[in-house]
Design a protein around this ligand. Structure first.
Ligand SMILES: [Zn+2]
Length: 458
């Protein structure tokens, strides 16, 4: 089932930039790997996937998420607040209400949104590993991603101390000792990490926010432990002015320079957000190959600012796209992330700030590079067959002179006909075959009511 030919491709995007950005014809997959692209004839008995009426793209790579937040959308106390209010009234108030069933449901909702918008690789920064849970959230995450058949990066995160919040009736922060966190990272890496370029599961060390949630020496210790295990590192950095001001106040330097001092830069690191970076910081990151997980949707929703992704990209920096946790933006689909990235930079930088092909590159090849999937992210011979067919038979795409880029520049939901990971189907005929969406919606609504009733009140 992992060998087939995709025929009738009129509108193909490779994930590459420049003259190689587009292709037409057919694409042959053998044993899960793309072997030929171009003017091909199906062999006798070769299985045919018809791409007429679709745009064919690489599977999208989401480099920053918090799947446990998928049942925390539109919490009233967060809607008109910024990052701090949202963190307090969203994840930090509701984490004790996530039993194993709620966690599994939340991860399923999040992955369903992603799969149905053409995502084939997901990186999740999970940082809630409290003693109070009688289950392992990491196991739930890895198992659920495997059920969808998506490539998954388990960001085994955590915190050694919470921040002092102005809200005083919150449950205690789900902190661990550094030793417990590092033991958790090592156990996850030993159990699941596959270093190969087309792995189904990788593990990364991902403290939630090094600047706020680790002590100074601990930041360097995490880096050393991750490198000893041969895994990547990821955290939130410079998401808004508060990050920058507090780092400058405490350490006398800007966040990227401080992280460089803690051994937290290099080609094995990617940072979420990087909204508030000066050119010097961007240049440093571009030079050493540290990638940006650009999350425009959540940055806009929380009023954090607009990350300098085009400037970083122009310096040779690796830009990828992330949706960020859905309690920060009420949706977690890559269609929205692509459209936000396409439009928002034009609003401040003019129409030359982004192109559809550049945004596609960030969402695919850029993401694969950020996460270390060397065989993923572009449609070219030798790469894993992670690909998506997006339907054009919807009124919002009618009237286009260049339908190939219609799904990116018209915005709205992607209607994915089929998607594949390593040639194995994830979305088939517009749905995830084993997933009952109606039941998922009913279960989510019921569980949200349970979580509201159980919400912590001091
Ligand atoms: Zn985040």
């Amino acid at each position: 089932m992992t060998s087939f030919i995709v025929t009738g491709i009129e509108h193909g995007l490779t994930g590459m930039r420049g003259p190689e950005a587009r292709f037409q014809g057919a694409l042959r997959v053998e044993e899960g790997v793309i072997t030929e692209i171009g003017d091909l004839t199906p062999a006798p008995a070769e299985r045919i996937i018809d791409a007429r009426g679709c745009v064919v793209t690489p599977g999208f790579v989401n480099t920053h998420h918090h799947l446990f937040q998928s049942l925390m959308k539109s919490i009233p106390a967060t809607i008109n607040g910024g990052l701090d209010d949202w963190v307090m009234e969203g994840p930090y108030r509701f984490w004790p209400t996530l039993d194993e069933e709620a966690m599994r449901l939340s991860v399923t909702v999040g992955l369903a949104e992603l799969a149905l918008s053409g995502t084939t690789t997901v990186s999740d920064l999970h940082y809630i590993f409290p003693d109070e849970y009688d289950y392992d959230p990491a196991e739930v995450l890895v198992e659920t991603a495997a059920r969808f058949g998506m490539r998954f990066v388990l960001g085994r995160g955590g915190l050694t101390h919470g921040r002092p919040w102005h809200q005083t009736d919150l449950p205690p922060a789900p902190a661990e000792t550094l030793d417990a966190m590092l033991a958790g990272v090592e156990a996850a890496a030993t159990r699941w990490h596959d270093p190969s370029g087309s792995a189904m599961v990788k593990v990364a060390a991902t403290p939630v926010t090094t600047v706020f949630n680790l002590r100074e020496g601990e930041v360097r210790e995490v880096a050393q432990a991750a490198r000893a295990l041969g895994i990547r590192m990821h955290t939130h950095l410079s998401e808004n002015d508060t990050y920058v001001n507090s780092t400058v106040e405490r350490f006398g330097m800007r966040p990227v320079h401080w992280m460089a001092e803690q051994e937290w830069v290099g080609p094995d690191v990617w940072f979420a957000h990087l909204v508030k970076c000066d050119d010097d910081e961007l240049g440093l990151l571009a030079d050493v190959g540290t990638a940006m997980a650009h999350c425009p949707q959540s940055n806009l929703r929380l009023g954090s600012g607009i990350a300098p992704a085009p400037a970083f990209s122009a310096m040779g920096g690796i830009v990828s796209l992330g949706v960020d946790g859905t309690s920060a933006n009420e949706a977690g689909d890559m269609a929205q992330a692509l459209y936000s990235a396409f439009t928002v930079h034009r609003g401040i930088g003019g129409p030359a700030a982004t192109t559809a092909e550049t945004v596609m590159h960030w969402a695919t090849a850029g993401g694969a590079r950020a996460l270390g999937f060397d065989n993923v992210g572009t449609l070219e011979p030798g790469r894993a067959a992670d690909l998506v067919l997006i339907e054009l038979a919807h009124p919002r795409y009618f009237g286009h002179h260049d339908p190939t880029i219609a799904p990116i520049i018209s915005g709205g939901e992607f209607h994915v006909r089929h998607s594949f990971v390593g040639g194995r189907p994830v979305v088939v005929d517009g749905g995830v075959p084993w997933l009952d969406v109606e039941k998922l919606g009913a279960d989510a609504a019921r569980t949200v009511e349970k979580m509201k009733a159980a919400a912590y009140v001091a």
